[in-house]
Design a protein around this ligand. Structure first.
Ligand code: AMP
Length: 306
């Protein structure tokens, strides 16, 4: 497995390749969810490149950039075992050298949901992802459903800037009790970890209601809120219903100034998403409604780009 430390290393390595290339961008602290992306990339492509970079530009003031878990040796072992061809491991100084001043901003769809909570986050994400796309020139880039708004924002950038690649969206990998895997789960105390199952439980309840014909946005959101309220340590930042393809807002708890629209009349897929705090740790989860769309094909058709 090649270790690429600088953008120049990456450019030289990329020039040596021909054939299809799958790119899997990560921030490291790898778990089975990341490896699922790698496995899809491995199955589809002649070459697989993973990147590990805790990108300072996507962390806001007071967020966990310094504390973010870093487990490089274990990560490299997992990637070698998964058959990755090359790993790009730049430093912040390599990516943002002195004098750096170019950023990419996607506008409307970064304003709600995570963008409302973390106003500079997506600018950091799109900037680093565009840089990684330029370096890797991948056939397909692989992203997780878990960060659904991130996928929508990246798809918008890819379309708007005519970037010649596909985006595959891979379903969220979960622990056996349903908790979405996340590098940040290590921050949870034992009690918080037990309570954290309330996110996936809430989503399951709302999905079942939707699939049984419920179309009242408040009924769907309240089903999720009920599950969160059962956990004394849990506090929801938001529970939201959006049109999945556009992220047009339909309803949110607590109410927010995101310009709510109506429930679509047709059975246009919806994105149900939530962020819940346990102490300082923010956990995210989401699902497409109806439930049967939460497969790679369903997610990629609704959120990805061909
Ligand atoms: P991160 O290292 O958290 O930036 O995540 C890197 C990629 O892995 C992103 O595309 C995430 O959406 C994806 N990812 C993170 N957690 C999961 C999960 N539990 N299942 C599937 N993909 C995930």
């Amino acid at each position: 497995m090649h270790l690429l430390h600088t953008p120049d290393d990456f450019i030289a390595y990329r020039k040596s390749l021909s054939g299809t290339i799958g790119l899997v961008p990560t921030m490291g602290a790898l778990h089975a969810g990341h490896l699922s992306l790698v496995n899809h990339a491995r199955a589809d492509n002649q070459h697989v490149i993973t990147t590990i970079f805790v990108n300072p530009a996507q962390f806001g003031q007071g967020e966990d950039f310094t504390a973010y878990p870093r487990t490089l040796d274990a990560d490299l072992q997992k990637l070698a075992h998964a058959g990755v061809d090359a790993v790009f491991l730049p430093t912040p100084d390599n990516m943002y050298p002195r004098g750096y001043q170019t950023y990419i901003t996607v506008e409307d769809i970064t304003r709600g949901l995570e963008g409302a909570m973390r106003p500079t986050h997506f600018r950091g994400v799109t900037t680093v992802v565009a840089k990684l796309f330029n370096l890797a020139q991948p056939t397909t880039a692989y992203f997780g459903q878990k960060d659904a708004q991130q996928v929508c924002v990246i798809r918008r950038m890819v379309r708007d800037l005519h970037m010649p690649l596909s985006i595959a969206v891979i379903p969220t990998s979960r622990e056996s009790d349903g908790l979405a895997m996340s590098s940040r789960n290590v921050y949870l105390s034992d009690e918080q970890r037990t309570g954290a199952v309330c996110l996936s439980r809430g989503i399951l309840r709302a999905s079942s209601l939707y699939d049984a014909g419920e179309r009242n946005p408040s009924a769907l959101l309240n089903a999720v809120a009920d599950e969160i309220q059962k956990e004394s340590q849990a506090s929801a930042d938001y529970i939201a219903l959006n049109v999945a393809r556009t992220l047009a807002p339909i309803a949110v708890i607590p109410s927010a100034d995101w310009g709510m629209g109506d429930m679509p009349h047709t059975d246009e897929p919806l994105l149900l998403s939530l962020t819940v705090r346990f102490g300082k740790t923010r956990l995210l989860d989401n699902a497409l409604l109806p439930h049967h769309l939460n497969t790679r094909d369903g997610l990629t058709a609704v959120l990805g780009a061909g």
